[in-house]
Design a protein around this ligand. Structure first.
Ligand SMILES: C[S@@+](CC[C@H](N)C(=O)[O-])C[C@H]1O[C@@H](n2cnc3c(N)ncnc32)[C@H](O)[C@@H]1O
Length: 439
């Protein structure tokens, strides 16, 4: 074992939870419910929104604390588990899920939230247990969390994969992939950058007045708006930019700059015919349609395509969008040919770790090989549907070196290869290749 660093915390002030017995959930109770939903497979962002709504958590400070705790626990989960494990005799992961999540919530406050004094962190976590009907485990919480308060956490300080993984709370296989992609220099810095919270960014709808209209509406509602890169706006300020009328009327939609950069990278012209083979819920499809392209949006999931059509309607681009459920590894022969074909392939999503920290422990190293096979099959199938002189774009939101197919496409010339940017640039990460079919 390498030399150890001891972390301690300096308590300052805090607010307590809502009174026990209130029909509303406290911030910590809402966080517990959200984390339980993530444990069952939900996305963190959706689980949190659902929990805040169900628990009727209206106070902005309570909502802020719940948000901080949910993302903090997801982001630092491996490190929290390492700090808790020595004090759970039966093994942390053998405990019932509600006990695991409450222990993580307690440990996160103790180790990461300087403004919450330790005794409050422990007692408020016990209150949350009662608030979610788990009063039976308050003794366990008290015993284990007090040990974490006394002992803090031990972190190795080396530059090997194990030490960087322990400090950055990433699995070692992800640190190893970072090392291959970005090299060893500044590896710890790049791993740390993946733990930062991504800003809230949106794509203004051109069909609804574009950036100016979206910015004015957001500023009128009290938000600060800046350029978010690649045509997005970055929003800060108290409150929820997705809870105001400008959002409901379609002036903007959530999208990260890396996702919009893929659409930018296609260099579309108005009227272009696009086949989007993995359209999902239509984020890129509607961005393309908003630029005047006519898009056939395909996906394996009919439910996602129904959401894509709903989004296209809301953003006033439905005239330019058709949907078709297909398996993109075996598209029907009679699909025809298109000016552009996009394969926005299913991938590990490692490039979006800042927004979806749960990916770090949901994904397995073996997923990369399985996904790479599907990605290769999709790319080969897609090539058959590119018109002469047309463009084939392949993109993944991952920095993993094995997720961008390294294959020759007969009758195509490689026009563009965009490797992923560095996490320390403060952006989500994607890789893209673009080929043109010989005319
Ligand atoms: C990275 S997501 C696409 C995101 C989408 N382009 C957007 O911008 O919102 C990958 C998509 O591939 C879809 N998918 C996975 N396997 C597929 C297959 N064999 N055929 C078609 N779509 C598939 C998934 O349902 C998922 O929606």
């Amino acid at each position: 074992m390498k030399p150890q660093q001891k972390r301690s915390r300096r308590p300052q002030g805090t607010r307590g939870p809502r009174p026990v017995g209130s029909s509303r959930w406290s911030a910590r109770a809402a966080a517990t419910q959200a984390l339980l939903a993530v444990g069952e497979g939900a996305y963190g962002s959706l689980a949190l929104a659902d929990s805040l709504r169900r628990g009727d958590v209206a106070d902005p400070r309570e909502r802020g604390l719940a948000t901080e705790i949910v993302y903090g626990v997801l982001r630092w989960r491996l490190r929290l588990d390492a700090a808790l494990s020595p004090y759970v005799k039966q093994g942390l992961t053998n405990l019932e899920p509600v006990a695991q999540e409450l222990l993580r919530i307690g440990a996160y406050q103790i180790l990461f939230l300087d403004r919450i004094p330790s005794p409050i962190a422990v007692s408020a976590t016990q209150d949350a247990a009662r608030n979610v009907g788990a009063g039976r485990i308050t003794g366990l919480l008290n015993g284990v969390l007090r040990r974490v308060v006394e002992n803090g956490e031990s972190l190795p300080d080396g530059d090997d994969d194990f030490s960087i993984a322990a400090r950055s709370s990433l699995p070692e296989w992800i640190v190893a992939a970072l090392r291959v992609t970005y090299g060893s220099e500044d590896l710890a810095k790049e791993a740390e950058a993946l733990k930062q919270r991504a800003p809230t960014t949106v794509r203004p709808t051109r069909a609804r007045g574009g950036a100016r209209a979206a910015q004015e509406a957001l500023e009128d509602a009290g938000f600060a708006v800046e350029d978010g890169g690649h045509g997005t706006l970055a929003i800060t300020g108290p409150g929820d930019p997705f809870g105001i009328s400008a959002f409901y009327s379609g002036l903007y939609t959530p999208q990260d700059p890396a996702s919009l950069a893929v659409v930018e990278g296609m260099s579309l012209a108005p009227g272009d015919r696009v086949l989007n083979l993995c359209a999902g819920r239509g984020v890129k499809t509607t961005a393309m349609a908003d630029r005047g392209a006519r898009v056939l949006a395909c996906d394996l999931s009919e439910g996602k395509l129904a959401d894509a059509a709903k989004l296209a309607k809301k953003l006033d681009v439905i005239e330019h969008v058709r949907t078709l459920p297909i398996d993109a590894t075996r598209p029907p022969d009679d699909l025809g040919t298109f000016d552009h074909v996009l394969v926005d392939a299913p991938c590990t999503g490692l490039g979006t770790l800042r927004r979806h920290p749960e990916i770090a422990w949901r994904r397995e190293p073996s997923d990369v090989g399985t996904l790479a096979q599907t990605q290769g099959a999709m790319l080969r199938a897609a090539a058959a549907h590119v018109a002469p002189g047309g463009v084939l774009t392949f993109a993944v939101c991952s920095f993993h070196p094995d997720e961008l197919p390294d294959m020759e496409l007969e009758g195509f010339s490689l026009e563009r290869h965009e490797p992923p940017e560095r996490p320390s640039e403060g952006v989500d990460l994607f890789q893209l290749k673009r080929w043109r079919r010989d005319g």
